[in-house]
Unconditional design. Structure first.
Length: 336
């Protein structure tokens, strides 16, 4: 077992609406990532993926609020830290974030070098402009960006160059954990492949120690991450290796996600795609029992009645369902 870079224990965070209603978008989530490993997080829009990403940094802005749980980065629990302390000591240095709309994250009125200077000076005010420039040139080179990019404005860059620029700025301090929130969603296939390749190289060269990659596409995670975690309605419903999660999902929701996606694998051309019926529950008033029960064709009465704990049926493999694996495999077989 490698060194643990990030450990999250029973993390719960909520949004508070203007009517003072609580929306628990992250509900008792636990996870662990070791050095050199990458974790993928998948699920429908609104399942809590991006909220979890923001919560993991320990830096909260209203209407998002911390409720309970621990976030431990390289042995340091950041849950109780003050916002100023988190910003100065943790963000960028220990954990970094590539936002979902990364290509719109750059101020069009400033040159790229200014963003790099701001990030580095926030942690080391004594760093000279020459030292910062040299650091930037080195990191940009790794991502296939020429030094001239540093003197350009965002509007002068292509979509792929903007994305790589944001990645370079986010990783300039070599964080121990990098969170990438759908970093390839707005790119063409060629640019997606390039960005994913670059991020893997950053890990291989030790510029980042571990990575969380968020997307709604399970097959994409198979080519990017070591493990995959599926979220639904603020909870983790299944977690396992990338291969297991893509080719042998256990939870009905995970299976539904895979069944609704076109994959270019041999023998899948004649496979009929199936949409998951219904919509996710309202998290202002989540249902009793399994939150997926109303949309699950295998649900029974007890699924809507009893709390559903996490179950482990293989080393490191977890799922949240009232049924045993044997039953789920049996109904899958009958259904197919």
């Amino acid at each position: 077992m490698g060194k643990v870079m990030l450990e999250v224990k029973e993390l719960t965070t909520k949004y508070v609406t203007r009517f003072n209603e609580d929306v628990y978008a992250v509900d008792h989530v636990s996870l662990k990532i070791e050095e050199g490993k990458s974790l993928g997080i998948a699920g429908e829009s609104g399942c809590g993926k991006s909220t979890l990403a923001l919560s993991l940094m320990g830096y909260y802005f209203s209407p998002l609020h911390y409720t309970s749980g621990d976030i431990i980065i390289d042995g340091v629990n950041i849950s109780g830290m003050k916002p100023d302390e988190v910003r100065k000591s943790i963000l960028g240095n220990e954990i970094a974030y590539i936002p979902q709309a990364a290509m719109n994250a750059l101020n069009p009125t400033q040159k790229i070098i200014r963003f790099v200077e701001d990030v580095i000076h926030a942690h080391d005010p004594k760093k000279s402009k020459k030292e910062i420039y040299d650091m930037a040139v080195e990191r940009f080179k790794v991502l296939g960006l020429p030094p001239e990019v540093l003197q350009r404005h965002a509007v002068e860059l292509s979509g792929g160059m903007k994305q790589r620029t944001v990645i370079a700025i986010s990783t300039i301090l070599s964080p121990k954990v990098l969170i990438a929130d759908e970093p390839s969603s707005a790119l063409d296939v060629t640019s997606q492949k390039m960005v994913i390749k670059m991020m893997r190289e950053l890990m291989e060269k030790g510029f980042i120690k571990s990575m969380i990659f968020i997307t709604h596409e399970l097959p994409l995670l198979y080519n990017v991450t070591d493990d995959i975690m599926v979220m639904y309605a603020g909870q983790i419903v299944e977690k396992g290796s990338a291969k297991e999660m893509v080719f042998d999902p256990v939870h009905p929701y995970s299976k539904g996600l895979m069944g609704s996606i076109i994959v270019p694998e041999a023998g899948t051309r004649e496979v009929k795609l199936e949409a998951i019926p219904g919509t996710p529950p309202n998290l202002k008033n989540p249902p009793d029992g399994c939150r997926f029960a109303a949309r699950c064709k295998y649900a029974k009465l007890e699924c809507r009645t009893y709390d559903v704990p996490e179950k482990e049926f293989r080393d490191g493999r977890m799922y949240r369902c009232i049924h045993d694996v044997e039953y789920l495999k049996e109904v899958y077989g009958r259904d197919e």
